[in-house]
Design a protein around this ligand. Structure first.
Ligand SMILES: Nc1ncnc2c1ncn2[C@@H]1O[C@H](COP(=O)(O)OP(=O)(O)OP(=O)(O)O)[C@@H](O)[C@H]1O
Ligand SMILES: [Mg+2]
Length: 246
């Protein structure tokens, strides 16, 4: 179980402080699929980075299976089964896709078959990619899918995906949502997926809408989806303006 208790995060701005997250509390039970959604700049990535340990909260506590992990490093959290996929993944010159999957799995002798399974789940063909370096020669969508494959290979108890849909074509996206659905059905991991996609939001046990650094709504997908759609229309001046006849 993951518990966030009164998490706040502020950065220094000039002489003052700029609040990014404000008193966020949230509990996520084991094997649940929770989607964080909400407007750009709302604080979703910052919250995910705080869970992973990439960003230290200004105040508040993070408990993972009852253990206070607020002061732990990324590596220590990873050892406890927390994994995070970046919104914009890094490239690793000199490392091949196979190297990355092997490192992630912790199995030095990871077979080609297993690599192939992970890559297939994100819509890539192992034969074309296993020996490719994860450098600038790969496209944005390819790097993103390879990173998601490494999270799957890590087989962590808590998987955090930051906008897995970004830059991914429709066919690979369909494959990916099936993968999330399967992990969820197998109760194989707790998943936090940051997403703006209706298809992913509809898979969630709980949807948490983060805006202006706070939780604005939370509830089941059925409850929240219509509200999100209504909010979207409400905040778009083009859609709310009366359409004048030509
Ligand atoms: N170190 C920092 N210094 C200044 N501002 C920051 C810092 N980190 C985050 N922010 C700001 O905090 C806000 C929240 O950023 P965050 O990346 O968490 O948003 P997000 O909800 O993931 O948005 P998106 O949907 O665009 O990915 C943004 O306005 C961002 O510019
Ligand atoms: Mg983000």
């Amino acid at each position: 179980m993951l518990e966030l208790k009164n998490i706040s995060y502020a950065v220094r701005e000039g002489d003052g402080q700029l609040g990014i997250l404000n008193n966020i509390s949230l509990t996520i039970e084991d094997n649940k699929l929770v989607v964080f959604t909400g407007p750009n700049g709302g604080g979703k990535t910052t919250l995910a980075k705080i869970i992973m340990g990439l960003v230290r909260p200004t105040s508040g506590q993070i408990l993972w299976n009852g253990q206070d992990i607020t002061g732990l490093s990324i590596t220590d959290r990873a050892k406890l089964g927390v994994s995070y996929g970046f919104q914009q993944p890094a490239r690793f010159k000199g490392l091949t896709v196979r190297d990355l999957l092997t490192l992630a799995s912790g199995d030095e002798k990871l077979s080609k078959d297993r690599c192939c399974q992970y890559l297939t789940r994100v819509g890539l063909c192992a034969n074309d990619y296993l020996d490719r370096e994860v450098d600038v020669s790969l496209s944005g969508g390819e790097v993103k899918r390879i990173e998601i494959a490494t999270i799957l290979a890590r087989n962590a108890a808590l998987m955090i995906f930051d906008e897995p849909e970004a830059g991914i074509d429709l066919w690979s996206f369909a494959r990916l949502t099936e993968t999330f659905e399967q992990i969820h059905k197998d109760k194989a991991a707790t998943m936090i997926i940051i997403s703006h996609q209706e298809r992913i939001i509809s898979l969630a046990d709980e949807v948490v809408v983060v805006g202006d650094g706070a939780i604005r709504h939370r509830g089941s997908a059925k409850e929240i989806l219509p509200q999100i759609l209504a909010d979207t229309l409400g905040s778009c001046p083009v859609l709310t303006k009366e359409v004048k006849a030509l």
